[in-house]
Each structure stands twice: as structure tokens, then as C-alpha cells.
Ligand binder design. Structure first.
Ligand SMILES: [Mg+2]
Length: 398
């Protein structure tokens, strides 16, 4: 049974960085605005809705964005201003509940189940928050209201931009069943293709499959698919949760003794982590290597850099140095892990980085590999020099 009494809001600022630029530069209002690096170099960090209309998206190379929308105004990233605006918006959220889970600088879940008596129904609370955000910060916020996180997020996506959408418990099927399976949390291109091969494209079609069948085809993820297709999601709003790091680790069937083999594993791990960083639109300044030895003792070694990394090769070279600071090679290794923390927006805060053509080339190459992986599945595409890799790995997000 879903807890019918829960009332969850998903609140998401619209085109946040670009909206702050339009707010602070009134001459930009109504015009396509791209926030990012210098004109012909670098990547798009954010695009106003006027620019998105032309197909401009975040993480797109700036040159491509300007081909799509030559009249766009490019504004440099002003992270300090965005942080200040974000703090003001989160302070407004905190007037209504202390159960707030920040998903990023401009997005949060709020559990307002215990605020209803004081402030009225969820939609009324969301309406007040939207009004206060507009009055006090000059920014627009979209809101989804639903009995759980998964549906609240879908609702706010449907409400964007500058809208409010509520999904009542008795409206769940009408909302959910016509959606493409890609809308479900955790369904990526690969799962969507496997489902399409079975003739399943919409949530309504997925709903006809039994839990057993889904479990046989998709393992643990099958159970999740079964529940999400029914609008069930019991995850609590976790006010302690925040993505602090993105990492990947592998436990090996046989202990590793050869440092050359360990280095190849580190390269594979670094590439996977880099792909996930870029998919989330972030880079990390702190690289950590974790080593578990055959006797189950664990050591970690970290290094913080002045620039954020999102490239597998660059992460790998730091990871190798860190591995060299452990007893790996002298003692057999059971597990290796690579993670990045001190996360920041991809390309943010480092304007001089955009003028480095090498970095730009790397990012473009990485994006091409990401596109292939997205299309053909992760283990299918591996850069030259990477060994075939058992899918026993686990992604770690803390
Ligand atoms: Mg947003």
C-alpha cells in the first residue's frame, strides 16, 4: 500500500542560471540566453527557454549551440550569484517544512505531510512558495505535488515552465499510463530498447507484465519497474541526502596481484565514473581511490585539484598516482574503487579552462563515446586500451 497520507512537493527553478542572468540584465528578458564559457569555446551550462526553443541544451558545445541559435546572448557563469539566489529560495522552502531533500542547486523534494494542518493542502503550499520565490527573488519555480517523490517529479516536469501540477491518488493511472516507459525513474536507453523489443513502449503496456516476468527479464530492476508502473514509490524525502560523490568500484573474483592489471582496472573505473559525471552535468575536484586488500582491510587515498575533472584519462592519471601511495602490488587486492567529490557544474567556475583546446577536444570526444554507450549499452563500447570488463561492478553515489 502506498502511504496515502504523504504529500510530497518537487520544486524546480526554471532555467535557473539563465533566469538569474535575465533577472539581473533586464535587456536580456525575452531573448535567447546561453550561460557558459567564452563565445566559440567551451560548453553550455544553461540555456533560457527562448534558446531551448532552437534546440540548445546544457552540456552542448558552445559552437554547436551558436550554430543552432546564432542570435543567442552568451553570458559568463556567475556561480556566486546563483548560490546566493539558491540560498534565498531554499530559505523560503524552509518556512513550510524542515524535511527538505536538495537534489541540486535549483531543485528539491519537500515532504509537507505534517505542514498541511498549518498551511493548507499541498497545492496551496506550493502556490505560496511559488509566489514568495517570485516576489522575493524574481525567479520562476515549477511545482509538482503528489503522494510520492517519483510522481511529484513527473508532475513538475509536466508543469514546466512556471507551472504547478498536482497528481491526486485517483489521477495516477490517467497521468501515468500514456507516458513512454523512458519517463520511469531508472529506465535508460538500454532498458527502453529491451522493452521496445518486447513491444512495450508505454507505461500502460508495461503494467500488463507480471512481477515474475519482469524479475526474470530485468533482475532486481524488474521489481522496481513493476512498482513504478503502478505509481508506487516508498522512498522517503531524505533531508540528509545530497550527492557528495560519484564513484564506481569493482570486487574481483580473483585477487589482483599485478600492478599493470590494477592500472587497467583503474582506467576502466575512471572511464565509467567520467561518463556518469558528464551525464549528470558535473565535474569533480577531489579524486579518491579506494583499495580493499585480500584481508578485507581498506585504505583510501585522495587528492584535491584546482580544476574539476570529467575526463576518464585525466581522472585515471590522478588515480594511478594515488594507487602508488598504497601497498597495492605488495599486497593482493580484492576491490578497487574510484570516486570524484567536491562536485561542481560541468565547466563552471573555470573560464580559463574553456580556452584550453585540449580540454575542449577531450570533452567532445567524451561526449561522442557517451552517445555510443547510451545507444549500444555500457559494456559495448570501450575505448582502445580498455580490457573487457565483467559486469559485477557497482555504481556508488553518496
Ligand atoms: Mg531547474
Amino acid at each position: 500500500m502506498t502511504s496515502a497520507r504523504r504529500c510530497i512537493l518537487h520544486l524546480d527553478l526554471d532555467a535557473f542560471y539563465a533566469a538569474v542572468e535575465q533577472r539581473d540584465h533586464p535587456q536580456l528578458q525575452g531573448r535567447p540566453v546561453i550561460v557558459g564559457g567564452s563565445l566559440r569555446r567551451g560548453v553550455v551550462c544553461a540555456a533560457s527557454y527562448e534558446a531551448r526553443y532552437y534546440g540548445v541544451r546544457s552540456a552542448m558545445p558552445m559552437a554547436q549551440a551558436l550554430r543552432l541559435c546564432p542570435e543567442a546572448v552568451v553570458q559568463p557563469v556567475r556561480m556566486a550569484e546563483y548560490r546566493a539566489a539558491s540560498r534565498a529560495v531554499f530559505a523560503i522552502f524552509a518556512r513550510y517544512t524542515d524535511c527538505i531533500e536538495a537534489l541540486s542547486i535549483d531543485e528539491a523534494f519537500l515532504d509537507v505531510s505534517h505542514s498541511l494542518r498549518l498551511f493548507g493542502p499541498g497545492a496551496a503550499i506550493a502556490g505560496k512558495i511559488r509566489q514568495e520565490v517570485r516576489d522575493e527573488t524574481g525567479l520562476t519555480l515549477s511545482a509538482g505535488i503528489a503522494p510520492n517523490k517519483f510522481l511529484a517529479k513527473l508532475a513538475s516536469e509536466a508543469a514546466k515552465p512556471d507551472g504547478l501540477r498536482e497528481i491526486h491518488p485517483d489521477q495516477i493511472d490517467a497521468f501515468l499510463l500514456p507516458l513512454p516507459v523512458r519517463s520511469l525513474w531508472g529506465v535508460g536507453a538500454v532498458t527502453a530498447e529491451r522493452l521496445a523489443a518486447m513491444g512495450i513502449r508505454q507505461v500502460g503496456e508495461l503494467r500488463r507484465l507480471s512481477r515474475d516476468f519482469l524479475h526474470r527479464r530485468f533482475g532486481t530492476a524488474g521489481g522496481l519497474l513493476y512498482e513504478l508502473a503502478r505509481g508506487i514509490d516508498e522512498r522517503p524525502v531524505d533531508s540528509e541526502a545530497r550527492i557528495k560523490s560519484i564513484g564506481h568500484e569493482d570486487t574481483y573474483a580473483e585477487d589482483l596481484r599485478d600492478t599493470e592489471v590494477m592500472r587497467r582496472e583503474l582506467l576502466a573505473l575512471s572511464e565509467r565514473v567520467a561518463g556518469r559525471l558528464r551525464r549528470k552535468g558535473v565535474q569533480g575536484r577531489c579524486v579518491t581511490v579506494k583499495v580493499k586488500f585480500a584481508d578485507f582491510s581498506v585504505v583510501t587515498r585522495s587528492r584535491t585539484l584546482s580544476t574539476g575533472l570529467s575526463n576518464g584519462g585525466e581522472i585515471f592519471s590522478v588515480a594511478c598516482e594515488l594507487l602508488g601511495q598504497t601497498e597495492a602490488g605488495r599486497r593482493p587486492v580484492r576491490l578497487l574503487g574510484v570516486s570524484l567529490s567536491t562536485l561542481e557544474a560541468l565547466g563552471a567556475g573555470q573560464p580559463e579552462l574553456f580556452s584550453a583546446p585540449r580540454h575542449e577536444r577531450l570533452l567532445r570526444l567524451d561526449r561522442a563515446v557517451d552517445a555510443l554507450r547510451e545507444r549500444f549499452g555500457d559494456p559495448g563500447v570501450v575505448k582502445a586500451g580498455l580490457l573487457a570488463h565483467p559486469p559485477s561492478a557497482s555504481d556508488v553515489e553518496e
